[in-house]
Design a protein around this ligand. Structure first.
Ligand SMILES: NC(=O)c1ccc[n+]([C@@H]2O[C@H](COP(=O)([O-])OP(=O)(O)OC[C@H]3O[C@@H](n4cnc5c(N)ncnc54)[C@H](O)[C@@H]3O)[C@@H](O)[C@H]2O)c1
Length: 383
């Protein structure tokens, strides 16, 4: 079977996500396996064009991985028909102008979330891409996590009966940067640079909720900046102007209530950095990035509240692990393969710029809810 090549501009490839998840774990892994297999057995091999602002970094990356193409001139790459896909892993703030150019250049576009800093801009990108007829996709990586895929399986099997509620905890302690370097970039903590945990996490929560449980109908959020001052990559103190913790309640179409806490200011006392508990009439599940355990109705213990007597039930032992029953690959890579199939042979791609815009809308309305101290309804959006 023949192999063709697809050229991909990878902008922001030296960043945290650009390098680790998109280049290393996705595109280079796909190249190593001999490309993406199409429905007729042919294969497509991605050829990356590394783009960024720092020549030295790009050259070093190219040399390290034996890659031929890199440039600091995005416009030249966009003008070159060899590159069919434009992929964007820039800081959020820089995304809209770059993607707008890529739409004008007629490229298919794949991007990190959030697609923009404001809903208006995100919707405008969806409209521009639709009008230009360019294919477009947005990272929905959490849906591809083994834990969430097992949760999908449980939902599809009818395990839960009627789903009542979802409770999620996401977070860990991000060091302030003084006596230990912070493990996230400092722009994440400056609102003026596109930072903030709501802007970062609510786009994820939106696609997780709408794809597994129902469209988000309303949000009530309380956002705070727990750590007001941090130290940046150069050892300089700065004022943290963005929210680093957000406590939120979402009402979903179909009647499910979701409560999700997101914090870079909490110490982990769970099995994983994100965990969701789903309670249904016939059973409950607790899922993380990898794990998934269940407790069916028939095996539910019967606790009785009595503060005078120590509880004899070992609750942890009343849950059953759900087996993988499948090989789960890196989610970024799997979604990249789907997007390449979408571009080459029109394979399905439900996660487009409009889905991205809904995520930005949830973040925007979440921040509004926090500012105004009230629940905010979300409209159904279309291009
Ligand atoms: N899907 C996920 O789970 C996930 C996780 C973290 C971050 N993200 C998203 O990925 C994107 C990148 O985040 P990151 O953590 O990799 O950040 P990062 O700071 O590590 O990388 C950002 C990249 O953008 C480039 N850049 C910075 N300012 C620029 C400017 N003004 N013009 C052009 N390029 C500029 C940097 O050189 C770097 O290559 C963000 O939009 C973020 O929201 C997604």
């Amino acid at each position: 079977m023949s192999t063709t090549t697809i050229g991909i501009i990878m902008n922001g490839v030296s960043g945290r996500m650009g390098y680790r998840q998109h280049l290393l774990r996705s595109i280079l892994a796909i190249r190593e396996q001999g490309g993406v297999e199409l429905s007729d057995g042919r294969r497509v091999q991605p050829e990356p064009m590394l783009v960024g602002r720092d020549e030295e970094k790009l050259q070093a990356l190219a040399t390290r991985h034996g890659l031929e193409h890199w440039t600091t001139h995005l416009d030249e790459a966009l003008a070159d028909p060899r590159w069919q896909i434009y992929a964007d892993f820039l800081v959020t703030k820089a995304r809209v102008p770059a993607i707008t150019k890529a739409i004008s250049a007629g490229k298919a576009i794949y991007t990190e979330k959030p697609t923009a800093e404001s809903f208006d801009d995100a919707l405008q990108l969806a409209r521009l891409a639709t009008a230009a007829g360019v294919k477009n996709g947005v990272v929905h990586d959490k849906l591809y996590l083994p834990g969430l895929r097992k949760l999908r399986r449980l939902i599809d099997s009818g395990f839960f009966g009627r789903i009542l509620s979802v409770r999620g905890e996401f977070g860990y302690w991000v060091f302030e940067g003084d006596w230990q370097p912070a493990q996230r970039p400092s722009w994440n903590y400056r609102a003026e640079d596109g930072g903030g945990i709501i802007v970062d996490m609510f786009p994820h929560w939106n696609y997780v909720l709408e794809n597994l449980f129902g469209r988000v109908r309303s949000v009530y959020a309380h956002a705070t900046t727990e750590i007001p001052e941090r130290v940046d990559e150069h050892g300089k103190r700065y004022t943290a102007t963005a929210d680093d913790a957000a406590y939120a309640i979402f009402e979903l179409d179909g009647g499910v209530t979701a409560q999700l806490n997101s914090a870079w200011t909490t110490r982990v006392n769970r099995d994983e950095l994100v965990e969701f508990q789903v309670d249904g009439t016939n059973g409950s599940a607790v899922v993380g990035l990898f794990g998934c355990k269940i407790q069916p109705r028939d095996a539910t213990p019967k606790p009785v509240w009595n503060p005078d007597v120590p509880d004899t039930i070992d609750y942890a032992s009343t849950w059953v692990d759900v087996p993988d029953n499948d090989a789960f690959e890196n989610g970024f890579k799997v979604q990249w393969e789907e997007f390449i199939r979408h571009v080459v042979e029109d394979g399905p791609n439900p996660y487009d710029f409009l889905a991205g815009a809904r995520g930005v809308l949830l973040a925007e309305r979440g921040l509004q809810s926090s500012r105004e101290g009230r629940r905010i309804d979300l409209p159904v959006v279309s291009v």
